[in-house]
Design a protein around this ligand. Structure first.
Ligand code: PEP
Ligand code: MN
Length: 363
């Protein structure tokens, strides 16, 4: 598919030395002061973490929330780099952030969810990066709203600006009301992003997604099970005292426990056995399409009959019977009835659409 060539010549996210898989980026939500930044960084370095994150400019929803130390925090990240050799990452949301971060030799910039949702801001960042002619790594978090085009568009703006160390971060999507997750994962969206841009590495941020420490391990495992390239996890030397995102930050010891619990999946090339099973799946899909085509032919014949007898298209009773019968049948076969409900709904919608067209046609 031509869409797959949207990002033809990407480089690895980081240089060889830092490119362990899965990629792990860890650090506090915000660099609050020099002491806690260094304390957290040294603990993470000892655990083998290679990329350290800390926000210095924090985009807070409320103006009354702690909004980071600002530019002076960049110096603390500089010390982290000098003392540990870790790469350092921070969030940028406007041209001045980009310039200051690059002047301070920050290695990784991330664009936050609120910024990705604003194409003007992303373009301003991209234009500034062009002028700086840099090899910096840029990670683009998903926009706050579930819009894959906006996410992809932001990645394209950066790619067009010459950024080749480019990655996506899935941190979930906001919604109204109380939910289990702070930001709903909506996994089909990052899957669609990967389909459209399969060489852009994708990292999961279970901290902002879950919003609570106990959700970080299961969300991280889910991301690894789905083949994500890495994780970005918030970690604070003393979470109880954190000035932002207190409920979701792990201590270094807790982070180690989460990491120890994770099963990393084997990303090697598909085996012969897998290839054989995939051929069988392809055969099933061929059969499915033929059957669907036969079914649509019958629906068109019924449409013509309804037209000749001046009947309306939708017969709610009949639709209800089909749904009920097929859901029951699916359950008997050990399938999820709600899956069958969705399948039958899509098929029925298409049948109705075609029949309405037939009824309206002049012939
Ligand atoms: C962050 O990573 O600290 C942050 C503000 O994230 P998001 O943009 O995902 O809310
Ligand atoms: Mn945070």
């Amino acid at each position: 598919m031509s869409e797959k060539t949207l990002f033809p010549d990407l480089k690895p996210l980081f240089g060889d030395e830092w490119n362990a898989r899965p990629t792990l980026i860890a650090g506090p939500c915000s660099a609050e002061n020099e002491e806690m930044t260094l304390k957290t960084a040294h603990a993470l370095h000892e655990m083998g973490v290679k990329v350290f994150r800390a926000g210095v400019w924090k985009p807070r929803t409320s103006p009354d929330s702690y909004s980071g130390p600002g530019s002076k925090g960049l110096k603390w990240l500089g010390r982290v780099k000098d003392e540990t050799g870790m790469l350092v990452a921070t969030e940028v949301a406007m041209a001045s952030h980009v310039r200051e971060a690059l002047d301070a030799s920050i290695d990784v910039l991330w664009i936050g969810a609120r910024t990705t949702a604003n194409p003007f801001a992303v373009q301003e960042i991209a234009d500034t990066l062009i002028k700086c002619n840099t090899d910096v790594t840029v990670l683009v978090k998903n926009p706050v709203n579930p819009d894959v085009e906006l996410w992809l568009g932001a990645l394209q703006r950066l790619y067009n600006a010459g950024i080749r160390r480019l990655g996506a971060v899935h941190r979930g999507f906001s919604s109204f009301g109380q939910h289990l997750y702070r930001n709903e994962p909506q996994w089909p969206i990052p899957i669609e992003l990967q389909r459209r841009a399969d060489n852009v590495p994708i990292i999961c941020d279970p901290s902002h997604m879950g919003g609570k420490t106990e959700l970080i391990a299961p969300l991280s495992q889910q991301a690894l099970d789905m083949g994500f390239d890495g994780l970005m996890i918030e970690c604070h030397c003393c979470p109880a005292e954190a000035l932002s995102d207190k409920e979701q930050q792990l201590s270094p010891t807790e982070l180690q426990q989460v990491l120890d619990s994770l099963i990393v999946r084997n990303r090697h090339q598909p085996s012969d056995e897998l290839a054989a099973l995939r051929r069988l799946i392809d055969q099933c899909d061929d059969e499915l399409i033929e059957v669907l085509n036969r079914r649509m032919d019958l629906c068109r014949q019924i449409g013509n009959l309804k037209k000749s007898q001046n009947m309306p298209v939708v017969q709610a009773r009949r639709y209800d019977e089909i749904l009920e019968q097929r859901m029951r049948q699916a359950q008997e076969l050990g399938m999820d009835p709600s899956f069958m409900q969705s399948v039958m709904q899509v098929i029925h919608e298409e049948a109705v659409r075609e029949q309405v067209e037939i009824l309206r046609s002049k012939k």
